[in-house]
Design a protein around this ligand. Structure first.
Ligand code: SAM
Length: 274
């Protein structure tokens, strides 16, 4: 809850006015070292979120309570991750919410898993499939740090062999060969259930859309979300010079019992219909 007093063991976002931030766990016996100087964790205990502390070299740090987005962006990563801008639309287009049963293939660093776990609680569950055990360990650490591990079951299994669950509200796919998961996803979803895929390349999008339509998925919708920062400064506002130009294409679809569907994309990314 925002407004709390910081206790020993709390997780805090240290935010420097130079634009850098660190997600730290307060341990009053230790110090935290940055290139802006050293902070004694004991100085944080008893402070309010929003308070300011100084490093030993006089740099100010603001103490912020971490939001979900901070946990995601400060996750330990060994794989490509899904970015918050894309996660936001995935949540909207799949209808994931409290109580949802969600299947995910591949877990990777667990960034999407962590975000979805936050939205399905308190009664929903994420069943996440990952073939590489070393990534499962990382994902589990990320989930634990965000306090969301109880809403996720990670399985060290190849998703192309099929999912154990049926009647799922949504299936999320972020693997290199997503078309191999069309049948497993169809079998696991409830009628009308939502599929979302994260696709770094347009070739994957073409192949997946074709297979989804063949399988009877409808509302097959492919979009790319571009995120451009604006430097808003009195009298001199303008877009930032640099941006991450591409994260992934996103594809959404709904399970239908129509056998062969050759329709084209039905909606545009602004939600309008043809
Ligand atoms: C790009 S990463 C996923 C990143 C994740 N969405 C995140 O936000 O952290 C893709 C992962 O899918 C896993 N993978 C690939 N094919 C798979 C399959 N058939 N079944 C399960 N996992 C698979 C890979 O090992 C890799 O960890």
């Amino acid at each position: 809850m925002l407004g709390h007093i910081i206790e020993d063991g709390a997780t805090v976002l240290l935010y420097s006015l130079k634009g850098k931030s660190w997600l730290v766990k307060v341990d009053s016996r230790n110090e935290f070292h940055t290139h802006f100087g050293v902070i004694k964790f004991s100085d944080l205990v008893g402070k309010r979120y929003g308070d300011v502390v100084k490093t030993n070299s006089g740099q100010e740090m603001i103490l912020l309570e971490p939001l979900l987005v901070d946990y995601l962006m400060k996750s330990e990563r060994k794989t490509q991750i899904v970015y918050p801008k894309d996660i936001g639309l995935i949540i909207m287009e799949t209808g994931i919410g409290p109580g949802s049963i969600v299947i995910e293939a591949g877990t990777g660093s667990g960034v999407l898993t962590t975000a979805v776990a936050n939205f399905v609680r308190p009664t929903g569950k994420v069943y996440s499939y990952e073939i590489r055990p070393e990534f499962i360990e990382i994902a589990e650490r990320n989930l634990k740090r965000a306090g969301l591990q109880d809403y996720v079951v990670i399985k060290n299994k190849d998703a192309s062999q099929g999912f154990d669950e049926t009647g799922a509200d949504a299936v999320l796919i972020d693997v290199g060969a997503p078309w191999t998961l069309v049948k497993p996803a169809f079998d696991a979803l409830k009628g009308g259930g939502a599929l979302a895929a994260v696709l770094p390349t347009i070739n994957q999008a073409e192949k997946l859309a074709t297979e989804l339509k063949k399988a009877g998925f409808v509302k097959v919708n492919t979009i790319e979300l571009l995120c451009r920062s604006i430097e808003a400064r009195e009298g001199m506002s303008r877009p930032a010079t640099r941006m991450i130009a591409h994260t992934a294409y996103l594809m959404f679809a709904r399970k239908s019992f129509l056998k062969v569907n050759t329709s084209y994309n039905e909606n545009s990314c602004d939600g309008s219909e043809k």
